[in-house]
Ligand binder design. Structure first.
Ligand code: XMP
Ligand code: MG
Length: 181
């Protein structure tokens, strides 16, 4: 398996594979939106690189907004409770919304965000998740667009972190339990 020169970490998806898949997702979203306007709502911080690339792959008139929720903190575990840390800057009432998230895991985060945004009565609401771990699902929720479906692995890079580190790795890498912190 390929490794990154930077850390000697195992690569799960290379930057080229990510770019190809994001381009395909962008084309699909472009088709589905058919000339409509779009608000892309990024979930901070992990989705930032994905949103940045996906936004340039969709050929629609798009604006950005961002939300932040409490997440994994300093380790692998989630508490189960989702707390809003940063709300939308503007209401999405009557808008076409695309929530852009790095990983759909237990589904708690996206279920919470979906409910939050549906309360504002958007015209349409869709979800794009770069990665999906369907085996971990607690809340019943699917993304409309999924980059890659993966087994229960902890991944880092391309926005994803371990204790806030590794977000700037250009490839998606595996966080192996024996990796030195
Ligand atoms: P769920 O769906 O469980 O997802 O509410 C909550 C958040 O967990 C993060 N997550 C990960 N972050 N590597 C990461 O860096 C992972 O393997 C991983 N799995 C879940 C993700 O940010 C999501 O927003
Ligand atoms: Mg996240």
């Amino acid at each position: 398996m390929a490794t990154t020169a930077l850390q000697g970490l195992e690569v799960l998806y290379t930057r080229q594979q990510i770019a190809e898949r994001v381009a395909e997702m962008g084309a699909e979203i472009t088709r589905d939106l058919k000339g409509e306007k779009l608000v892309m709502v990024g979930v901070l911080k992990g989705a930032a690189p994905f949103l940045s690339d996906l936004a340039r792959a969709v050929q629609v008139d798009a604006t950005f907004d961002f939300v932040a929720v409490s997440s994994y903190g300093k380790g692998h575990r989630t508490s189960g409770a989702v707390k809003l840390i940063k709300d939308l800057d503007e209401t999405v009432e009557g808008k076409n919304v695309l929530i852009v998230e790095d990983i759909l895991d237990t589904g708690l985060t996206l279920s919470y965000l979906r409910k939050l945004m549906l309360n504002q009565k958007p015209k349409t609401l869709r979800i794009a998740a770069l990665l999906d771990k369907p085996s971990r699902r607690i809340e019943k929720i699917d993304a409309d667009y999924v980059g890659f479906s993966i087994p229960n692995l902890f991944v880092i890079g391309y926005g994803m972190d371990y204790a806030e580190r590794y977000r700037n790795l250009p490839d998606i890498c595996l966080m192996t339990p024996d990796h030195p912190e």
